[in-house]
Each structure stands twice: as structure tokens, then as C-alpha cells.
Design a protein around this ligand. Structure first.
Ligand code: SPV
Ligand code: MG
Length: 292
């Protein structure tokens, strides 16, 4: 539970928080050990997309909460940075309360739940899918239930607004934001699958007129050409790089598999792979830190 220590303070300090996907123990170690010119990630995101894809399954909530929890435990066991969990819809109101308790005990730093209902589809990959939004009052009740279930307010409960994904527009997004902030959400996340940041900017402009200090989380997967400075300038407090490690690994894996078949040996693909030693060294360095 001490893992989330500092994240809330940082959220309220105005500093930009940078979170990167970690989908298993090893990618958690990669997130933690990557430091460039003094810059590092503040925490990890366990993505439902990545957690599902890594199991060869769709991101449609068919990966159960119990399975998600296994991944949480796997990551928490070998890392120290705060882990924010993708809670999908959060389940029913009573399920959400229970999930908050279980995740907090398991050492997660927080959860993001999204205001969708019915058959779940990933927000970005399925253009033709119909995304149905849950009634905002009902979602606010779910948030309230989770908030009262947590043991400490260090465990972050973040409300994700899917109005743009569902095609419901900015008025709906702003009404939802107000409701979720009043329900006590620690932050809101506004999602968009547009290449341009315009709808996010428009939302942030309007939201900031009313809620100057409520932290806002963005996931710049589609609008990935905007710099962290620009997104901060628009009003973002937290950026989640939600899936870039898995997507990079997938491309490298596919290319290595093809190269082995094409060449009848693995030598040609060696330049694009880490050695076994490099991977082992990362795990050894983690283990030696634990021994200290
Ligand atoms: C995830 O990473 O699973 C998310 C973000 O929920 S998105 O894939 O963009 O819906
Ligand atoms: Mg997800």
C-alpha cells in the first residue's frame, strides 16, 4: 500500500506525471530501469488492451478481474513504482467496491474505470463498434462506492470519460466531468481516438474554466505527435503511454519469426534482439536491489 505514496502529492503539485504501460514483470522492470538524462517514468499502467492481447484474447472484458489481478500481482512483486490498473467498466457497483479493496491490498496505486456499459470494445481499435455510455448518475454512484471502499485516499480512483469515443460530443463530456468530480474522483481521464488534439483541447479549455485544480489524465495514443510540454500547456497533468512497449515488442517478434523462416537460421535477426544475458542482467539487478 505504501507503493502509491507520493503519487497523489505529485498529482496536486502541478508537475506532469508520465506513466508507461507495464504488462508483466519484465516490462515493469523495463519501465523502472529506463532513465534518460535524469528523466524517468513516474509509474506504470496495466492496460486492458495489453493484458488481453498478451493472452491472445480480445480487449472486450473477457479477461476477468481475477486474471487482471494475477497480472497486477506479477508486476507488483518485482517493481517499486506505482501501478495504475485499467479497471474497464469496473463491473457492477458492488463488484467495484470489492475490486477497489482487493487491488489496494494487492499493492496497486489506483484504478481507472470508464463510463461505458454493455458489450465492451476497445476504444481505439474498433471503428465500427457501438460504444454505449452508462447513465452518468449511475457511474457517479459506482465511483462513490469505490471511494468509500478504499482504505486510504492514497489509492487513486480515476473516472474515464468516453463521450468522444461514443460520439456523444463535448457537452456530454463536460456534464459527465462535473458529475464525476462531484462524486469525488481523484482525477478525470478524457479519451479521444482522433489524430488531432482539437477535441481534447476544447474539452480542457472548458473544463479548466470550472475545475482549475482537478487533475486530468490523457492517453496520447492517437494524437501522438504532440509533445509532453504542449499537452501540459493544454491542461494535462498525467500522460499515459498505454501500449507502446507491447506494440514495439510485437513488431520485433513478428520480424524475428519471419527472418528465421526466410533465412533458415536466427543469425540475421540477431541485431534486433537483446542477448539472453541483457535480459537476465535486468532481472539480476532487480533481485540484488531486493537483497539489499
Ligand atoms: C487500454 O490501454 O487498455 C486503454 C486505453 O483502455 S485504450 O486502449 O486506448 O482504450
Ligand atoms: Mg482498456
Amino acid at each position: 500500500m505504501t507503493r502509491s505514496w507520493g503519487l497523489k502529492e505529485k498529482l496536486n503539485s502541478g508537475e506532469l506525471i508520465r506513466i508507461l504501460e507495464a504488462s508483466n514483470g519484465l516490462s515493469g522492470l523495463v519501465v523502472e530501469s529506463t532513465i534518460v538524462d535524469g528523466r524517468e517514468f513516474d509509474g506504470m499502467w496495466l492496460s486492458s488492451f495489453c493484458d488481453s492481447m498478451l493472452r491472445g484474447r480480445l480487449d472486450d472484458e473477457s479477461v476477468t478481474f481475477e486474471e487482471r489481478l494475477e497480472t497486477v500481482k506479477e508486476i507488483v512483486a518485482v517493481t517499486k513504482k506505482p501501478l495504475i490498473v485499467d479497471g474497464d467498466s469496473g463491473g457492477s457497483i458492488s463488484q467495484f467496491s470489492e475490486r477497489v479493496k482487493v487491488l489496494e491490498k494487492a499493492g496497486a496505486a489506483g484504478i481507472i474505470i470508464e463510463d461505458k456499459t454493455g458489450a465492451k470494445h476497445n476504444s481505439i481499435t474498433c471503428d465500427e463498434c457501438k460504444h454505449t455510455l452508462i447513465d452518468r448518475e449511475e457511474f457517479a454512484l459506482k465511483l462513490r462506492a469505490g471511494i468509500s471502499a478504499r482504505e486510504t485516499c492514497d489509492f487513486l480512483i480515476i473516472a474515464r470519460i468516453e463521450s468522444f469515443i461514443a460520439g456523444s460530443g463535448i457537452e456530454d463530456a463536460l456534464l459527465r466531468a462535473d458529475k464525476y468530480v462531484s462524486a469525488g474522483a481523484d482525477a478525470i481521464m478524457i479519451h479521444s481516438k482522433k489524430k488531432s488534439v482539437e477535441e481534447i483541447k476544447e474539452f480542457l479549455n472548458a473544463f479548466r474554466k470550472v475545475h482549475k485544480d482537478v487533475p486530468v489524465v490523457l492517453v496520447p495514443t492517437s494524437y501522438n505527435s504532440y509533445s509532453e510540454e504542449e499537452l501540459k500547456e493544454f491542461g494535462a497533468n498525467v500522460l499515459i503511454y498505454a501500449n507502446q512497449l507491447l506494440r514495439s515488442a510485437f513488431l520485433a517478434m513478428t520480424e524475428a519469426a519471419r527472418s528465421i523462416l526466410i533465412n533458415g537460421k536466427a543469425d540475421e535477426s540477431i541485431l534486433n534482439m537483446a542477448s539472453m544475458q541483457e535480459i537476465n542482467n535486468l532481472v539480476v539487478s532487480r533481485e540484488s536491489m531486493t537483497d539489499d
